[in-house]
Design a protein around this ligand. Structure first.
Ligand SMILES: [Zn+2]
Length: 287
């Protein structure tokens, strides 16, 4: 009897340990080797979802946290980059979908970071966390202060400006900051969410208004030349990484046209979808 209990306990502990382990870091699982993009910017995301680390003079700022449990790759990636000794002071989350917020609480618990997202972003994060199950189960982060529209924070030598740009979700947070290379600075911009969420057609008009606003914002001097999408296929991230390893200069992540092409593509896709179903999207000008 005692022996049976021991065996059962052993099996339970093996299962618990397996659940705690990070998914295997293989291309098949979506793993990507982390890489440096600028002197103060690194990619620690996977094949489908972006996660960036900004190195400031007073610690690291993480932008987005991947789907749990893939978020567990982020500490391993920081180690591979030699950044594991630096504190992760802030975690910025672009919106409340699980692929961006899934690891926020896990990483916050590990590093004691301050998590910043919008109020609507946290509401959605709580909904998504409540729906999460099994190995992907996650908790919402503890948020002390919400990102406000047209606000900013300063972390060490870097200022992060925030804009609430709803449309993909109600709480999309766009982030604006400077990246550096060899003494030169470039303005980078993360659009908080792309793609109209067709399950919520009322967001479509907000989406177009946000895209129009972003277009103006990124045109202000100095014009944005670093398009940091929160999904790598939207800014040709891996193709640019490969271009950078082949040629020494210029940095392929600096591209004057990229953010404008991205916004125009988003506007076009949204308009086409809406025009195909005008009633659904309330395009009748009488209303
Ligand atoms: Zn999303």
């Amino acid at each position: 009897m005692n022996r049976l209990i021991v065996v059962v306990l052993f099996l339970i502990s093996i299962k618990a340990l397996a659940a705690m382990e990070a998914p295997e870091m293989t291309g098949k699982n979506g793993y990507v080797e982390p890489f440096k993009m600028f002197d103060n910017l690194y990619y620690v995301g996977d094949q489908w979802v972006s996660s960036y680390v900004v190195q400031t003079s007073s610690g690291l700022v993480l932008i987005d946290t991947l789907d749990f449990p893939y978020s567990k790759w982020i500490p391993a990636n920081l180690k591979k980059l030699g950044l594991e000794q630096e504190p992760v002071s802030h975690i910025l989350v672009t919106h409340g979908h699980s692929d961006h917020v899934g690891g926020a609480e896990y990483l916050q618990s590990m590093y004691g970071s301050e998590v910043i997202l919008t109020e609507k972003g946290l509401e959605l994060a709580i909904e998504q966390a409540n729906k999460s199950r099994g190995n992907s189960q996650f908790l919402p982060p503890d948020v002390q202060s919400f990102a406000k529209d047209s606000s900013h924070i300063v972390v060490g030598d870097i200022e992060f400006k925030f804009y609430i740009t709803p449309g993909h979700t109600e709480g999309d947070l766009s982030i604006d900051f400077m990246v550096k290379e060899n003494g030169q600075s470039f303005r980078a911009f993360v659009v908080g969410g792309h793609g109209v969420n067709f399950e919520q057609p009322q967001l479509a008009k907000m989406f177009l208004a946000s895209m129009a606003r972003i277009k103006k914002l990124v045109t202000e001097s100095p014009t944005v030349t670093v398009n940091l999408s929160n999904h790598p296929h939207k800014n040709h991230l891996f193709a640019n990484r490969d271009r950078n390893t082949k040629a020494s200069s210029p940095n392929a992540f600096v591209d004057e046209a990229s953010i404008f092409q991205f916004i125009e593509q988003q506007e076009k896709q949204a308009m086409e979808r809406m025009e195909n179903d005008p009633a659904q999207y309330d395009l009748n000008p009488i209303h």
